[in-house]
Ligand binder design. Structure first.
Ligand code: ADP
Length: 452
């Protein structure tokens, strides 16, 4: 097992990894930017070094400085967390070449699954359901038009190297398809250095269904069932739950097993998430594979009892997975609410500044993952998530009630957070009866604006 892990991240995820390290008797060490000098999570680390100014490109994205810090602090492994360099295969390779174990997949497996065209090809082989669409990248426009006709409009043009919702265009006819291909290519070349785009069916009404999977270096892989993340705004998840409500057991088993098979075939070691869209007939179509731990991993931990972060560290150290598929059972229901320092009443304006009041809820089934506290000043340079409330209960109805009580106990000031919005969302009929889809929050906010 590792003796010392360097955490190349910040905030609540750094704290989450520090806690996992402690339970495994590993010494956690951190890097931080000048803006995070007073980051409360640094107090829990054994040692930390400043690696540069506030801007991520000058600190958390500086591979050379992170490697130097790992050398100086005598780490034997590097954990990327999520965001920043977590899906950068070059970083994973530099870690390996510099003699540090990267807590995550090999650069080869990351590349194979990170490229959307290649990932789709592997998924077809593994029997993981994907959208109908072009086989690979688009070579010529006639072929693209031909396949769009076969699939049927609307279709979506997407970048092979895409991420963060960029390089995508929806096309409802042939003219907009040709425009879409040209502009998506340009955007993709500029953003990802790879102009390759492909076309697939566009699904109008869908739910976001994602499968947590984890593999080891000995060819084993299991799934930890799924999460439903259909409550989003601008492709950002706000509320996640596990398991996905209303999905038939046989459909769930089939898609979850196919996701585990995909990472087994990709010889993938570590935690990953296969993201799908699900239509109202419970057909599944894979969107992409995220080759890292996700923000919403705790709800899966709550319902399965598996510590995903600790298991990820164990498999990176070469241990076999400590469980078989048949050992994994779903227990109850869990919901995660992302606490963003944003004001939902003022178009989600980011809220910076010093936190004066911070009251954390408690009681059975309540877990709060946060690095914030009273006296902490939220820097403006990073994303606005300051914590996550994870609520576990025997069933979904109790879980929703428990969330409402916990939210009423939670207090932050003087800034606003997204919590008041969630109290309302959890009481909406379409959420309660699970007839919602990935656009439901935006439709609701839109109708609020129209009423004003
Ligand atoms: P990124 O890597 O940029 O996040 P994804 O492939 O995950 O790209 O897609 C981002 C979002 O775009 C999805 O969550 C979904 O809302 C929408 N989307 C992508 N592909 C489709 C599709 N074929 N049909 C409908 N919506 C889609």
């Amino acid at each position: 097992m590792f003796k010392r892990i360097l955490i190349a991240n910040r905030g609540e995820i750094a704290l989450r990894i520090i806690r996992a390290c402690r339970e495994l008797d590993i010494s956690p060490v951190c890097v931080y930017s000048q803006a995070d000098r007073d980051g409360p999570w640094l107090e829990s680390a054994d040692q930390s070094v400043c690696i540069g100014p506030a801007a991520s490109k000058d600190s958390y994205l500086r591979i050379d400085r992170i490697i130097a810090a790992a050398e100086v602090m005598h780490a034997d492994a590097i954990h990327p967390g999520y965001g920043f360099l977590s899906e950068n295969s070059h970083f994973a390779e530099v870690c390996r070449d510099s003699g540090f174990e990267f807590v995550g997949p090999s650069p080869e497996a990351m590349c194979a699954l990170g490229d959307k065209v290649n990932c789709k090809r592997l998924a077809r082989k593994a029997g993981t359901p994907v959208f109908p669409g072009t086989e690979g990248g688009i070579e010529d426009l006639d072929e693209a038009v031909q396949s769009a006709r076969e699939i049927g409009f609307p279709v979506i043009v997407k970048a092979a190297g895409g991420g963060g919702g960029r390089g995508m265009r929806i096309a409802r006819d042939e003219a907009s398809l040709l425009d879409g291909i040209a502009s998506a290519r340009q955007e993709a070349a500029a953003a990802f250095g790879n102009p390759m785009v492909f076309v697939e069916k566009y699904l109008e009404h869908a739910r976001h269904f994602e499968v947590q999977v984890i593999g080891d270096k000995h060819g084993n892989a299991v799934h930890l069932y799924e999460r439903d993340c259909s409550s989003q705004r601008r492709h950002q998840k706000l509320i996640e739950e596990a398991p996905a409500p209303g999905v038939l057991q046989k459909n769930r088993d089939r898609v979850c097993e196919s996701a585990a098979e995909l990472i087994r075939q990709a010889k993938y070691a570590g935690a990953a998430t296969c993201e799908f869209l699900m239509d109202h007939k419970q057909n599944f179509y894979m969107l992409e594979v995220n080759t890292r731990v996700q923000v919403e991993h705790p709800i899966t931990e709550a319902i399965t009892g598996v510590d995903i972060v600790k298991t990820g560290i164990r498999v990176a150290a070469g241990e076999p997975l400590p469980m078989k598929q048949s050992d994994i059972r779903v227990n109850g229901h869990a919901i995660e609410l992302r606490i963003n320092a944003e004001d939902p009443a003022r178009n989600f304006m980011p809220q910076a500044g010093r936190i004066e009041t911070f009251v954390v809820p408690g009681g059975p089934g309540i877990r709060m993952d946060t690095h914030a506290r009273a006296g902490y000043t939220i820097p403006t340079h990073y994303d606005s998530m300051i914590g996550k409330l994870i609520v576990h209960a025997p069933d979904r109805a109790t879980c929703i009630k428990r969330c409402l009580t916990a939210m009423s106990e939670f207090k932050i000031g003087p800034m606003r957070s997204t919590m008041p919005l969630y109290s309302r969302l959890l009481q909406e009929k379409s959420f309660i009866d699970a007839s919602h889809d990935i656009k439901w929050v935006e439709r609701l906010l839109e109708s609020d604006r129209a009423k004003k």
